[in-house]
Design a protein around this ligand. Structure first.
Ligand SMILES: CC(C)(COP(=O)(O)OP(=O)(O)OC[C@H]1O[C@@H](n2cnc3c(N)ncnc32)[C@H](O)[C@@H]1OP(=O)(O)O)[C@@H](O)C(=O)NCCC(=O)NCCS
Length: 211
């Protein structure tokens, strides 16, 4: 017999809600066009409810499809995490800037289904993303984080990013000014010069969390 918080008595143990996802069953794969509806649903939650993206108008699945195509046609990765068959998060890289000498640098982005946070899935997605970037000859990734965002800061630092910049009051959302910090990962383990590496293609930016 258990006593509830309010003091009434219950004869059965409270059932904890079934988690939306557990780490043990999570797989990571490239995004497919059939995923764009879920990607839009995840991203739109953060457009509506957070400063983690500076977009303020929800995006349609069709727009997400164009963004995925822009990333993949630039030979960059757009990955999704799946719990069973269900897409529960995504991470991708987009060109950092268009000038040719920036060709080995990308901007990285990650979003999880709000019910699947803090289970190691963000770290898993980012680890896969960084491995893909290394495999494709990329040398540096930059994550822009609208602050405060302790989860994203910790995720980036746990994945080897270090803070390199802080811009004050560059965004204005929900009637307040928002700072943006930049965290950078450099693939120092590999080449110090990129002369012999074929860079990925370039395509228009897919749009990122603080653009
Ligand atoms: C940021 C985000 C991707 C992190 O993914 P996640 O799956 O929740 O994070 P993980 O469980 O993999 O944890 C990674 C690290 O962050 C830490 N962390 C996660 N959530 C945290 C929180 N709310 N506060 C502090 N630390 C947190 C974990 O403890 C872990 O650190 P450790 O390696 O030292 O143990 C996820 O919270 C999210 O989608 N947030 C909303 C969208 C967003 O802000 N995206 C980033 C835009 S820059």
């Amino acid at each position: 017999m258990l006593t509830t918080q309010e003091g009434s008595v219950s004869r059965t143990a409270p059932r904890s809600p079934r988690p939306l996802c557990t780490m043990s069953e999570v797989t990571v794969r490239p995004a497919e066009s059939a995923d764009v509806g879920v990607l839009a649903r995840i991203y739109n939650h953060y457009i509506r409810n957070s400063i983690s993206t500076f977009e303020e108008v929800e995006v349609a699945g069709e727009e997400l499809e164009l963004r995925v195509a822009a990333v993949t046609s630039a030979a960059l990765p757009w990955l999704v995490a799946c719990s069973g068959e269900k897409v529960v998060g995504y991470a991708y890289a987009s060109p950092w800037k268009g000038r040719s000498a920036y060709r080995f640098t990308v901007e990285s982005t990650v979003y999880l289904d709000p019910g699947c946070r803090r289970r190691g899935i963000g770290a898993r997605l980012y680890a896969e993303l960084l491995r893909e970037l290394g495999d494709r000859g990329l040398h540096s990734a930059i994550g822009g984080i609208a602050l405060p965002n302790p989860a994203s800061v910790r995720l980036h630092e746990a994945c080897g990013f270090t803070k390199v910049a802080h811009f004050e009051q560059v965004g204005f959302k929900f009637d307040q000014w928002v700072d943006v910090g930049y965290w950078q990962w450099v693939d120092r383990a590999h080449r110090s010069t990129a002369g012999d590496v074929e860079p990925p293609g370039r395509a228009p930016s897919a749009g990122s969390q603080v653009q």
